[in-house]
Ligand binder design. Structure first.
Ligand SMILES: C[S@@+](CC[C@H](N)C(=O)[O-])C[C@H]1O[C@@H](n2cnc3c(N)ncnc32)[C@H](O)[C@@H]1O
Length: 475
């Protein structure tokens, strides 16, 4: 089928700033530099192909992560057998997406005690991968939280093995946030078995009752973002926990009552209490159905902005979800937007791996995040967007205009309920590196002003996501 062919030709790719986007790891070179990696090398099945590893062998994937962190990031790292083993290229995508969010300035910076970007990693794990990557790649500072003794112990070990990062990363026990003790002080109760909850003396027996953000953040603390790779699964059976899987992962790392929806709902609930403590709240999401569920929950609680993205995780799709309660900086003025039934803009100077398919997926994510329903037609590289039942969703998204300098009449014009707004967005390849994005109102009776406004927001969002510079012309 055509759509399948195109899907193969233009799969979603890793973030353009990811250091492995153009230069995948060279296993032969790594093995020559790090002899401990050599035993894990397997010849390629293709004649003349690069050597590979057995991706189902935990020891092989752990050693690969160790040498990649050391070779490419100057980070010393280890995890005990069975703990969740992160893939460096995949985890880097989330960091680069956060960097995009922060630099887009949709939400203006909040004041920190210091000038550094400050993040909070919910459930940092024994691997402590996000703080290690964020600190080593971008110099960000982090608080990484967790609730199991083994995660807290090894996250701290991983920080302490890197003297250049110790000032940047604090590991915090979510069950006992006031404790500043480290391993030497004996915060890891020896009487509690490995993997058990960090402070059983608090009587917080079930992990669904443990604090996530509220109660873990200290008074007056401010962060640019929080991030989270949540336990995705509702049960061991669903997680398919198997000691022979390549990435490891213990029960506590993979399973949470109610799965990712329940865990991220906890973050959303806490974010309501901590609206002004974070510029952005974010989480990884493992299922598209959960993403839709969570986006509508966010609209219900009245966030000012929702953003989503799709991450490439090998053959597995994952999504990024971000929201904020702070007032957006962008001034969208309804009447300044021309009321036309057709709009288009060019995305020029695209990274060679960015194709029409990837841009189309982002178009879809953008409108889904606004509460619209979308139907993609991959054969024509188009998505049909309908806001017919979603007056409220549009207004919530439209709250990006609440800071608008428009006159009351202009503002009212934008905030009028939108009825029957449906339009089609198509993506066309012009020449390599240049795509044309065109939108047309399907129902000409729909609000051309709202359509124009949405399309303008789409243009901003796509340019932020895909382009390094913003010198582009509207056609
Ligand atoms: C899927 S693992 C993620 C580990 C690491 N961030 C990564 O991406 O590989 C989820 C982590 O969340 C932790 N966790 C579960 N409940 C938590 C809570 N209430 N607060 C902080 N961490 C929690 C688990 O112990 C586990 O380490």
């Amino acid at each position: 089928m055509l759509s399948k062919k195109r899907r193969r030709a233009e799969p979603p790719t890793i973030h353009p700033r990811n250091r492995y986007s153009e230069d995948p790891p060279d296993f032969a070179l790594l093995a020559s530099l790090y002899p401990s990696f050599q035993p894990f090398l397997l010849p390629s099945r293709r004649p003349g192909g690069r050597p590979t590893i057995d991706w189902t062998d935990f020891n092989a994937t752990r050693e690969l992560t160790r040498v990649l962190l050391l070779h490419d990031h100057g980070v010393h790292w280890w995890i005990p057998d069975g703990q969740l083993c992160p893939t460096v290229p995949n985890r880097s995508n989330y960091i680069h997406w956060l960097q995009d969010l922060l630099s887009s300035n949709v939400i203006p910076p909040i004041k920190n005690d210091d000038e550094k970007v400050r993040g909070f990693d919910i459930g940092t794990g024994a691997n402590c991968i996000y703080p290690l990557l964020g600190a080593s790649l971008l110099g960000w500072s982090f608080v990484g939280s967790d609730v199991t003794n083994i995660a807290l112990e090894w996250a701290r070990k991983n920080v302490q093995s890197n003297s250049h990062l110790t000032e940047l990363i604090e590991i915090r026990n979510a069950c006992d946030p006031s404790s500043s003790k480290n391993i030497e002080d004996g915060v890891m109760g020896e009487e509690t078995p490995e993997g058990s909850m960090g402070n059983p003396s608090m009587g917080l027996g079930c992990c669904s009752e443990l604090p996530v953000l509220a109660g873990v953040i200290k008074d007056g603390e401010k962060f640019d973002f929080c991030m989270c790779n949540p336990p995705f699964f509702e049960s061991v059976e669903e997680a398919g926990l198997n000691p022979r899987t390549s990435c490891g992962g213990t029960y506590e790392e993979m399973v949470f009552p109610g799965g990712e929806r329940a865990f991220i709902t906890r973050i959303i609930e806490d974010s309501l209490q901590l609206k002004h403590s974070f510029r952005w709240f974010t989480s990884m999401v493992g299922r598209k159905a959960s993403l839709k569920f969570l986006v509508s929950k966010l609209h219900e609680v009245g966030v000012s902005v929702v953003k989503t993205t799709e991450f490439v995780q090998g053959h597995t799709a994952r999504w990024g979800l971000a929201w904020s309660f702070l007032s957006p900086a962008k001034k969208f003025i309804a009447l300044q937007t021309p009321k036309k039934n057709h709009h288009s803009f060019m995305l020029e100077g695209l990274h060679r791996q960015v194709g029409a398919f990837q841009v189309l997926k982002s178009v879809e994510s953008f409108f889904l995040a606004a509460g619209a329903s979308c139907k993609s037609d991959l054969s024509s590289f188009s998505v049909n967007v309908s806001l017919m039942e979603l007056t409220e969703g549009l207004q919530k998204n439209g709250s990006e205009t609440s800071e608008s300098t428009a006159s009351p009449a202009e503002s009212n014009n934008f905030q009028d309920p939108v009825k029957g707004l449906s339009f089609r967005v198509s993506v066309f390849q012009q020449v390599p590196g240049t795509l044309l994005v065109r939108g047309s109102l399907v129902d000409k009776e729909g609000s051309a002003g709202s359509f124009s406004l949405f399309f303008q927001q789409l243009e901003d969002s796509l340019k932020t996501e895909f382009l390094k510079s913003n010198t582009h012309r509207r056609t």
